[in-house]
Design a protein around this ligand. Structure first.
Ligand code: APR
Ligand code: ZN
Length: 237
């Protein structure tokens, strides 16, 4: 199965944890996934942060540690090659907080759920997120912002607004193709993007080993692992 994406097409790619599975990073909702061993309410909500910031940092420090040895896999590289051909007619919108897309060479990328390798002030003091890969062993190791706020993971918690939604809506409205890779379609608004793309007439393709919850919205579902399917999926020219 191959997709011919001619040079006039505009492609919006949405990726989820599944594209990093073959790089050894756990997904969320598999039996051995991140949410099997941890409650979202305890580590990924604003209330969790207010109640127990030490527990939130313990979870994200563990994820930083787990992400260190991970390498981009053939799926990440396939998307970087597609961008070499399509240039500014391709955008990768990832729900993932790892930096495997960047390390595979993708430039036109946005992290709608934040980035593991960054931290930011937990107050709205206006200071931008900072590069930070530190693994904090206890809360008193966590620095404070100049405004007195405490550094928190630059991660969009459940209940918070995903990042760059205006740009996402603009790019989806202009897309003629939408490729969705490795996401269960269980978290909004990302799970709605395929409906928005369909609404503006785009062809929508899903790649993953099992059908996502929003499978009915796709023109095509290509069953398989991203690292095996993506390298041969796009016909040149
Ligand atoms: N290749 C492609 N897809 C895969 C692979 C693989 N090798 N292995 C697993 N998958 C698929 C699974 O079939 C599943 O549909 O990846 C998907 C992972 O789904 P989730 O674990 O729900 O992860 P995701 O959809 O990215 O979660 C979305 O939820 O917890 C929040 O913010 C978090 O960004 C995350 C969001
Ligand atoms: Zn601050």
């Amino acid at each position: 199965m191959q997709l011919r994406i001619a040079s006039h097409h505009r492609v919006f790619v949405l990726t989820g944890a599944g594209i990093s599975a073959e790089s050894g990073l756990p997904t969320f909702r598999a039996e051995d996934g991140l949410w099997a061993g941890q409650r979202v309410e305890d580590v990924c909500t604003p209330e969790a942060w207010d109640r127990n910031p030490a527990k939130v940092w313990e979870f994200y420090s563990m994820r930083r540690q787990a992400a260190q040895p991970a390498q981009p896999n053939p799926a990440h590289f396939a998307l970087a090659r597609l961008e070499e051909r399509l240039g500014d007619r391709l955008l990768v919108c990832t729900q993932n907080v790892d930096d495997l897309h960047e390390r595979a060479g993708t430039k036109r990328l946005l992290h709608m759920h934040g980035e593991l390798a960054k931290s930011r002030c937990d107050r709205d003091c206006g200071r931008p997120p900072v590069e930070d890969r530190r693994i904090y062993r206890s809360l008193d190791e966590v620095p404070f912002c100049a405004c007195g706020g405490r550094l928190r993971p630059h991660i969009v918690f459940f209940g918070e607004m995903p990042l760059e939604m205006e740009r996402i809506q603009r790019e989806l409205a202009a897309a003629t193709w939408m490729l969705v890779v490795g996401t269960s379609g269980s978290v909004y608004p990302a799970a709605n993007f395929v409906h928005w793309a369909r609404g503006s007439g785009a062809r929508t393709v899903y790649v993953g080993p099992e059908a996502p919850l929003n499978a009915a919205a796709f023109t095509q579902v290509v069953e398989g692992r991203a690292g095996e399917v993506l390298p041969d999926l796009f016909l040149e020219g």
